[in-house]
Write a protein of this length. Structure first.
Length: 394
């Protein structure tokens, strides 16, 4: 909608009003920045450790979060922030996705030049009306969002029924989006090439083109997050740098490229590249697990056997529960024990594991233990490190 609004502002006001509108919208986002709660697991654990220390539960006054056991000096933070994204970038999954999303992001920014070429320079529309076909991309993005919402609801039901999710479950959306991206690029290019073709035809192509872009972005960003987990921020940072650099360069050459090749030729060049990239999600879907096993940053243990990897989450929780029940009957000096601490109305169950990591049980776990059954789900943001063990959290 930005080009549409700025196009009419250019006709009725002046160029400064484009920036006035941006400032107003930016001021609104400032409110969101200060009101959205923290969700990063490492920081959630940090806050939880501080609350436990504040309660002064006997034996847990020195409990710390894993992030507190790492180098939190400015030098250490900068070293990780400035080097880890580049190291993850050369990881096969991260590298190929960076290439793919860079191409898609480049096209996204090229569209802001391509649409004026097609509808203003070639068809003679003014700067306001000439941007109206971009509303089709808004419609396409909305349709893509609805599709993603439906897929997310379906996946949630599958998880509730006992399906064990893997990162590759995200890729079918990218498969569909990749094929649609290539097809609609050719569709848009050759229907926009000729003024004799009604304007609604390339506009409809733009609807499905933006839909494909959304599907590709959502699928790949979710796949990166599920693949690298605790390193997801670094993986996304590397990806953002690459695609933003390509997108920033797009307006510099788009006009010359389409002047030389024409709309049909320039669009076909992009569509051809899209065809070359389309097999990537299919390859990851088949070989992604093997690639993750060999990765230094994807937290998949190579020491686990194939059968253990296939074990369902429910079975793993059942085994953990049975082991904890057995340890309750052993000598108090044994490293594995279950202890309960309470403070007023707040009580939490603490499980000390052999590895030296203490897990703060969630409400579901506590209820499950009381009922004599394993908990429904262990919280992935509920691990703290006892400093008395002298071990760093992995």
């Amino acid at each position: 909608m930005g080009p549409v609004i700025s196009g009419f502002l250019q006709l009725t006001m002046n160029w400064r009003w484009t920036f006035y509108v941006l400032i107003w919208l930016g001021a609104f986002t400032e409110i969101l920045m200060f009101t959205i709660p923290e969700t990063l697991p490492l920081i959630v654990l940090l806050h939880k450790a501080r609350r436990i220390r504040a309660q002064k539960i006997p034996g847990y006054e020195d409990i710390i979060a894993p992030v507190e056991a790492t180098d939190r000096t400015l030098k250490g933070i900068l070293k990780v922030a400035l080097t880890r994204p580049w190291r993850i970038l050369v990881d096969p999954i991260s590298f190929l996705i960076a290439i793919y999303l860079s191409v898609v992001y480049t096209l996204l920014y090229m569209l802001f030049t391509i649409y004026p070429i097609v509808f203003q320079q070639r068809r003679g529309w003014n700067s306001g009306v000439g941007e109206l076909p971009l509303i089709g991309t808004v419609v396409g993005a909305a349709l893509g969002g609805l599709l993603i919402f439906w897929i997310s609801s379906r996946d949630r039901k599958r998880l509730e029924s006992g399906h064990k999710a893997v990162p590759e479950d995200r890729l079918p959306v990218a498969m569909v989006g990749g094929i649609l991206f290539a097809v609609t690029m050719f569709w848009f290019a050759w229907t926009a090439e000729f003024n004799s073709i009604h304007w609604i035809v390339p506009t409809l192509a733009g609807v499905f083109l933006s839909m494909s872009i959304l599907l590709i972005f959502v699928a790949y960003l979710n796949y990166l997050t599920d693949t690298y987990l605790v390193y997801a921020a670094s993986a996304l940072a590397a990806n953002t740098i690459c695609r933003s650099a390509c997108g920033a360069a797009a307006p510099l050459y788009t006009q010359k490229m389409f002047n030389a090749l024409g709309v049909g030729g320039g669009g076909s060049l992009i569509g051809g590249v899209a065809c070359l990239l389309a097999p990537i999600p299919f390859l990851f879907y088949k070989y992604g697990a093997t690639i993750r096993d060999r990765s230094k940053f994807a937290p998949t243990s190579t020491e686990q056997g194939h059968e253990e990897k296939e074990m369902s989450e429910e079975l793993q929780l059942q085994e953990e529960y049975e082991e904890e029940e057995e340890e309750e009957h052993k000598d108090e000096a044994d490293d594995k024990s279950v202890r309960t601490g309470s403070s007023g109305a707040n009580s939490e169950t603490y499980i000390q594991e052999e590895s030296g990591l203490d897990r703060v049980a969630t409400a579901n776990e506590t209820g499950g233990m009381a009922a004599g059954r394993p908990s429904d789900r262990y919280s992935h943001v509920a691990r703290l490190t006892r400093s008395e063990h002298g071990e760093e959290a992995s």
